[in-house]
Design a protein around this ligand. Structure first.
Ligand code: HEM
Length: 414
């Protein structure tokens, strides 16, 4: 960037208010987050009718106080009328005691001892996807890292955990992308909205059928376990199992896909780090942590006020929507010195906000870190060259999820 452009960008940031619906802000939010932390970390956002919260300590405190900052409106705020299963909330959108019961049940499948059993499978899946890329494009050339690798890898893994056929993984991704696009529903026209509704119906129908198949003929998979499980002597209803399965599919697909996509973006932007990671694979876990901090897949989540309160000197009335800006908290200078700098040698002294905090702390955090590590190891072993061809990134059209929509890369196999 020359000085004139830099000057224009600074001017723009000074004048433009943080508004997640604003395209410029959505594409490069970080300078606006920084401005919020500096000038007023709790801010009313008219476009979303919600209070944004930008500082680490405020975000941390509110996520740990599930009584005052309820999760019950999370799904309605995110998906609105496009929730595939509006009859019952998913656990991410529940408060105690219902949340605690469901979490205990689902957690059994995601504890480290269970996830470790999937390690070999992660390498196999990554390896097979790279074989497919080579079969399609030859030993060197160009392919889309975001759609041909990142988008297919976590969906294959989570399909295996849930017990659904991996042949339909392409469809899962399309369903999940569309359902999550409902977060932007206020800015879409009728055609796009009807497509989202159709995908939301498709995902529901798929899991209804799968439930009925597994109820009649249980298999060794998570859906069959949910059907059989009892919580305090009560079984989950059919609709609860369907909602839980869809939540795990949504949680397990988009996020890890975006983590892997963004990792290649950041490696391209930080060639010294890329060189070092290439020379020493033991740096991969530190790389993943820094990408999770610096440019996390989930930028923002939602809470609902159960009573009047005050946060950062701003009065927040009961029933308001509050949006903790996880991605902003991760760059808070008071916790992460030189927070705006990408640094894989960083000593991280406090928990990242990337997976949330408190009672809803991400159930899949261990799985996604493990998946990302295996995928990057496999990609670096098999590709001698793997570089995005452009400095420009086409980010997903979402203020909530962050990752490249497409990422054309030049590759050469070893
Ligand atoms: C890099 C990858 C991931 C990121 C950044 C991420 C992010 C998050 C965040 C921020 C939350 C907290 C939501 C809240 O407090 O309201 C969360 C919760 C959750 N995540 Fe993840 N996630 C990732 C991967 C996964 C995977 C692989 C799965 C499962 C297969 C998963 C399943 C869930 C579930 C079920 C919850 C809800 C937990 C509860 O309500 O108790 N996530 N995730």
């Amino acid at each position: 960037m020359n000085n004139v452009t830099v000057g224009a960008a600074v001017q723009d940031t000074l004048e433009r208010e943080y508004d997640p619906f604003d395209l410029v802000v959505k594409n490069e939010s970080y300078e606006y987050y920084e401005k919020l932390r500096r000038d007023g970390p709790v801010k009313w956002l008219p476009s979303l009718q919600a209070f944004a919260v930008a500082n680490y300590d405020d975000v941390d405190a509110l996520l740990k106080d599930g009584k005052l900052f309820s999760s019950t409106m999370f799904w309605p705020a995110l998906l609105g009328e496009f929730d595939p299963v509006p009859e019952v909330p998913p656990m991410i959108s529940m408060d105690p005691p219902g949340h605690v019961h469901l979490r205990k049940l689902a957690n059994k499948a995601f504890v480290p001892s269970k996830i470790k059993l999937l390690v070999d499978r992660t390498y196999e899946v990554a390896n097979a996807l790279i074989d497919d890329i080579i079969a399609e494009h030859g030993n060197e050339g160009e392919f889309d890292w975001a759609t041909e690798f990142c988008a297919l890898y976590p969906v294959t893994m989570i399909a295996q955990v849930l017990g659904v056929q991996t042949e339909r993984r392409g469809e899962f991704k399309i369903w999940v992308d569309n359902v999550l696009a409902a977060a932007n529903r206020a800015s879409y026209g009728p055609e796009r909205l009807s497509e989202i509704q159709q995908r939301s119906d498709d995902i529901r129908k798929f899991f209804e059928d799968l439930y009925d198949e597994r109820a009649a003929d249980p298999q060794d998979d998570l859906i069959s376990q949910f059907i059989a499980a009892e919580i305090d002597g009560e079984k989950m209803s059919r609709i609860e199992v369907i909602q839980m399965s869809i939540l795990l599919l949504i949680g397990g697909v988009e996020t890890t896909t975006n983590l892997l996509g963004t990792t290649l973006v950041e490696l391209h932007r930080h060639p010294d780090a890329y060189k070092r990671v290439r020379a020493d694979e033991t740096l991969i876990p530190a790389l993943i942590e820094e990408v999770l901090r610096y440019n996390p897949p989930v930028q923002i989540i939602f809470r609902h006020m159960m009573a009047d309160t005050e946060l950062g000197g701003v009065k927040i009335p009961e029933n308001s929507t509050v949006m903790p800006l996880l991605a902003s908290a991760n760059r808070d200078e008071s916790k992460f010195p030189n927070g705006e700098t990408f640094d894989i040698d960083r000593k991280i002294a406090v928990p990242l906000m990337s997976f949330g905090q408190g009672p809803h702390y991400c159930l899949g955090n261990y799985l996604s870190r493990m998946e990302a590590k295996s995928a990057l190891e496999m990609a670096f072993q098999r590709f001698e060259q793997l570089d995005p061809i452009s400095d420009e990134v086409e980010w997903l059209d979402s203020y909530f999820a962050r990752g490249p929509h497409h990422l054309k890369a030049r590759f050469k196999v070893r």
